[in-house]
Design a protein. Structure first.
Length: 195
């Protein structure tokens, strides 16, 4: 999947004009790119459109219009665009109550390493987690992690040919799975892969 460059972005003025329509388009697109695994964990799969939206929103909020600032935002978000052989996702542990979340993050230490995706007929794939920086400490995990699920060429081919995809978590304190993914989600994730 092609990375974003400055020419792909709207100017601040143009973005102000197109933002309502673009935002609605992105929100509709995201509906098929999130997978809730049990009641308190969600994978939000990123792609070129979701990252363009993130960059545009950061430029808008921070009022960034100079070349270096734009390049810095692109450098921060381009690594979250899939490379054709993987899926990239933001993993969130979600508890609405602050105190409940604090307790859960201690109990769920290491959960980010217990997430898996599986293409039908293949072994589960564990993610490469938080390649940018460590988000877990000795006592607890973080509520947000960035993940890359690297697939073999055979898995990519199977997905492109319509193979079912399942996802889950097998942490001792949190075991849930989605098997199989809904067709619309499976098809959206298949578009991230080359071939």
């Amino acid at each position: 999947m092609k990375k974003l460059n400055r020419e792909d972005l709207f100017s601040l003025e143009k973005y102000a004009e197109v933002r309502p329509q673009f935002r609605a388009q992105v929100m509709a697109h995201k509906q098929n790119r999130q997978v809730s695994i049990g009641p308190n964990a969600t994978l939000y799969f990123e792609d070129r459109m979701t990252m363009q939206y993130q960059v545009q929103e950061m430029l808008r909020i921070e009022r960034i219009f100079e070349t270096q600032g734009i390049n810095d935002e692109l450098a921060a978000y381009n690594p979250l665009i899939p490379d054709g052989s993987n899926w990239k996702a933001t993993f969130m542990v979600e508890f609405p109550d602050v105190e409940e979340r604090r307790v859960a993050l201690r109990r769920l230490k290491g959960i980010e390493n217990r997430v898996w995706v599986r293409v039908a007929g293949f072994e589960p794939v564990r993610p490469h987690v938080d390649e940018d920086l460590e988000r877990e400490d000795e006592e607890k995990t973080s509520a947000v992690h960035f993940m890359r699920f690297e697939l073999t060429p055979e898995m990519v081919k199977a997905v492109k040919q319509g193979a079912a995809i399942s996802m889950g978590i097998d942490h001792p304190a949190y075991t849930h799975q989605v098997d199989p993914l809904p067709a619309a989600t499976r098809d959206s994730l298949a578009q991230d892969l080359s071939g």
